[in-house]
Design a protein around this ligand. Structure first.
Ligand SMILES: Nc1ncnc2c1ncn2[C@@H]1O[C@H](COP(=O)(O)OP(=O)(O)O)[C@@H](O)[C@H]1O
Ligand SMILES: [Mg+2]
Length: 233
């Protein structure tokens, strides 16, 4: 059974349709990279998977259950986490308070979840008392992923986590993404513009164009140039 099964999803902003029957599957333990140019609908697909956008067609199943009509918080409880593009936290709360707020909203309430998340992002440890609003872009992104991990998700949706971040920190974030997939078997759906990195970290890829997934498969079985051409269509 697939972990996450998005099937024929259709979404519109007002009268403008943006997703035209998007179909994408995430298997347990896998890391799927979602590729495509700006504006093709990648973020919208993630938002609708979280229940943050109303779909007028298609279904979303998680562990075999139809979750198409569940609220975002119900989906989080099922084990889906989401780190949106732009990485918002609570800027007026400290790093630690940002983590605790999430912990208090979980069913497990296990404080170890905070330490586990911080072990993946050790750069956050010396700045736990700093207000999140004063963090660098890279630190904010690390905090955003750490917050998502505290819910102990089975799958995490990461929307361009390395966008606009300085190169030295990008490497750390990439390593942490690989580690949370490899070490803990967390399934990941990752939107990533850097194609070479995307194909190296992902075991599966999907290419989106104008609100549809036009190609997908195993990264080991495709050439980078082929994917590059698919994205540029
Ligand atoms: N809040 C919004 N209202 C209206 N149109 C939007 C909104 N957000 C995104 N869009 C449009 O939906 C399309 C897909 O956007 P998006 O899902 O953000 O694409 P991507 O993440 O692939 O760059 C784009 O044409 C974009 O302009
Ligand atoms: Mg986007």
């Amino acid at each position: 059974m697939s972990l996450l099964e998005i099937k024929d999803v259709e979404v519109a902003y007002g009268r403008t349709q943006v997703l035209f029957g998007s179909t994408l599957t995430v298997e347990p333990d896998s890391l799927v990279v979602l590729l495509g140019r700006n504006g093709v609908g990648k973020s919208t697909l993630m938002k609708s998977t979280m229940g943050l956008m109303k779909t007028f067609g298609g279904t979303v199943h998680f562990e075999g259950e139809d979750i198409t009509s569940l609220s975002p918080s119900q989906r989080v409880k099922r084990g889906i986490a989401y780190v949106p593009q732009g990485r918002e936290g609570f800027p007026q709360l400290t790093v630690m308070e940002n983590l605790k707020v999430v912990l208090e909203a979980t069913a497990h309430r296990d404080k170890n979840a905070i330490d586990e998340a911080l072990d993946l992002f050790p750069r956050l440890k010396p700045i736990l008392d700093r207000d999140a609003g004063f963090l660098s872009g890279g630190q904010k992104q690390q905090l955003a992923i750490a917050r998502a991990l505290i819910t102990r998700p089975k799958v995490i949706l990461l929307d361009e986590p390395t966008e606009g971040i300085q190169p030295s920190i990008i490497l750390e974030i990439e390593d942490a993404i690989a580690a949370m997939n490899k070490a803990s078997g967390l399934a990941i759906l990752l939107v990533e513009q850097h194609l070479e990195f995307a194909l190296s970290i992902g075991d599966h890829y999907a290419v989106m164009e104008h609100g549809e997934i036009i190609a997908s498969g195993k990264t080991a079985e495709v050439e980078e140039q082929t994917v590059r051409e698919l994205i540029a269509v």
